[in-house]
Design a protein around this ligand. Structure first.
Ligand SMILES: *[C@@H]1O[C@H](CO)[C@@H](O)[C@H](O)[C@H]1NC(C)=O
Ligand SMILES: *[C@@H]1O[C@H](CO)[C@@H](O)[C@H](O)[C@H]1NC(C)=O
Ligand SMILES: *[C@@H]1O[C@H](CO)[C@@H](O)[C@H](O)[C@H]1NC(C)=O
Length: 158
């Protein structure tokens, strides 16, 4: 027995996310680190590291771009063999039409691949019952864990 859903709207968003691991005010901090020394790829921390993340979400890829929300959650270095993470992040908006609403991403993120896709698995507020995907492009990467990434998000929501 099945149930079909009729999607009322399709939303395409293209904000950027700014990740900083260094500096006085990092947006991701290491909360757990294993007692091993496997560094997949050129990772700056070992396989199994867990980071608490609160990255600003901006309208554009500059450090000065307007902040419209944040992505909060966990980033886990989950690959033994390559530099890749699994992210459990809630993308919340603090401005505009979607102020107070958020969508959730639970997916692997092959961060060294230039163009990659993430799964959107749900949402709150205006993004209730959302499903979709995000196409990511790394805009800049300093190599020490700091990066600006463009998220082109396509959502089906009510
Ligand atoms: C891991 O823990 C063991 C036992 O405490 C210690 O002997 C070893 O040096 C640790 N290894 C690393 C890489 O820290
Ligand atoms: C966003 O929503 C919060 C909570 O409802 C409200 O306090 C705030 O003023 C809103 N911000 C903007 C820019 O609309
Ligand atoms: C965002 O993704 C949609 C759907 O894949 C595509 O049609 C659109 O051109 C993309 N926009 C940007 C700015 O990359």
């Amino acid at each position: 027995m099945g149930r079909s859903l009729i999607f009322a709207s399709i939303l395409v968003l293209s904000p950027a996310i700014v990740l900083t691991l260094t500096g006085d005010n990092p947006s991701a901090v290491l909360v757990a680190c294993p007692n091993i020394t496997i560094y997949p790829g050129n990772a700056v921390m070992p396989f199994g590291s867990v980071l608490a993340t609160d990255d600003p979400l901006t309208v554009g890829p500059e450090f000065t771009s307007e902040i419209i929300g944040n992505a909060q959650g966990l980033t886990v270095l989950d690959s033994q063999h390559e530099l890749s993470v699994v992210v459990y992040l809630d993308f919340g908006f603090t401005r505009g039409e979607f102020n107070g609403s958020s969508f959730g991403v639970f997916t692997r993120n092959t961060i060294t691949v230039a163009c990659r896709e993430l799964a959107v698995v749900g949402g709150r507020g205006k993004f209730r019952m959302a499903t979709g995907f995000a196409e990511l492009k790394t805009y800049s990467n300093s190599g020490d864990g700091n990066a600006i990434v463009e998220y082109n998000v396509t959502l089906f929501h009510h």
